[in-house]
Design a protein around this ligand. Structure first.
Ligand SMILES: NC(=O)c1ccc[n+]([C@@H]2O[C@H](COP(=O)([O-])OP(=O)(O)OC[C@H]3O[C@@H](n4cnc5c(N)ncnc54)[C@H](O)[C@@H]3O)[C@@H](O)[C@H]2O)c1
Length: 270
């Protein structure tokens, strides 16, 4: 028996990274999944992967920043599977052009808000009536450790902080419908996108790193669990989607190796 038997999950951004790993993990536990993704090639490939793993999934080409597109995706999921029990809002990310506010292009701010913050609002707007109809359900929002702390990317940090407050509010407003809402705040997750972005940088190379690179490596060493794989976050999502977490709502689980919880301390070289 799977931990998510008979549940239907609507997962945004599931063509890649954390959301794709979550779609596969959900299916392994018996859920059916809607792969809600803007990139058709990635979405179709994820759908194939789900089927090849013995799961049941459907790719729905969707732009999660557009109200009509999200509405159609929710309707398509219900038409295919008859219900929705889990909304997992995972599409998102930051832009390299997310620079200090007095230098930032307004369009960078707008795009970051749209994909990270408008998107979970739109999914909840169209998805929650179906959770209510199902007699309850679960919302999982994806924030980041920078949402708990602030960062050098103001637009991204603002959206991720906003998600935490939105999650608490959703938990309060829908508790009487049996809906739980929680967020996950990962540290650095080795998705394909992150590997491309970071692992060609000199701080990942042991030989002759720059001073900035040395500092970064030292930081990672001090927070040894702050770098993980998509499957690590998917495991938390499965737990939050399952009835095992029935006492947990309105919270943010930091999966960041303590980066947002305690300051760096001196440790002996080993
Ligand atoms: N990877 C990390 O290190 C990390 C750390 C903290 C938080 N997060 C958060 O976790 C979430 C997932 O990150 P990831 O690294 O797995 O992402 P990713 O870039 O690997 O995958 C994101 C997916 O979302 C899709 N997408 C983008 N815009 C979309 C849109 N408008 N409509 C529909 N789909 C869209 C992309 O095509 C892609 O398939 C994001 O919200 C990110 O901010 C990631």
């Amino acid at each position: 028996m799977g931990r998510l038997d008979h549940k239907v999950a609507f997962i945004t951004g599931a063509g890649a990274g954390i959301a794709r790993a979550s779609a596969l993990a959900f299916c392994k536990e018996g859920a059916k999944v809607a792969i809600v993704e803007i990139n058709a090639e990635a979405g179709r490939a994820a759908e194939r992967q789900v089927r090849e793993s013995g799961g049941e999934g459907i790719f729905i080409e969707t732009d999660v920043t557009q109200d009509d597109s999200v509405k159609r995706a929710v309707e398509a999921t219900v038409a295919k599977f008859g219900r929705i029990d889990v909304l997992m809002n995972c599409a998102g990310g930051s832009l390299q052009e997310d620079v200090p506010v007095h230098e930032m292009d307004l369009e960078v701010w707008r795009r970051t808000i749209a994909v990270n913050l408008l998107h979970p609002f739109l999914v909840c707007r169209h998805g929650i009536p179906h959770l209510i109809r199902a007699g309850g359900g679960v919302i999982i929002n994806m924030t980041s450790h920078v949402g708990l702390m602030g960062s050098f990317k103001p637009a991204y940090a603002a959206t991720k902080g906003g998600i935490i407050a939105l999650t608490k509010t959703l938990a309060a407003q829908y508790v009487q419908h049996g809906i739980r809402a929680n967020a996950i705040a990962p540290g650095s997750i080795r998705t394909e996108r992150q590997i491309k972005r970071w692992e060609n940088k000199d701080w990942m190379h042991a030989e002759n790193p720059s001073p900035a690179a040395r500092e970064r490596m030292a930081t990672q060493k001090l927070y040894p669990y702050s770098v993980g794989d998509p499957a690590d976050v998917a495991a938390i999502a499965v737990f939050l989607a399952s009835d095992e977490s029935r006492m947990i709502t309105g919270t943010t689980i930091a999966a960041d190796g303590g980066r947002s919880s305690y300051l760096k301390v001196y440790v002996e070289e080993d």
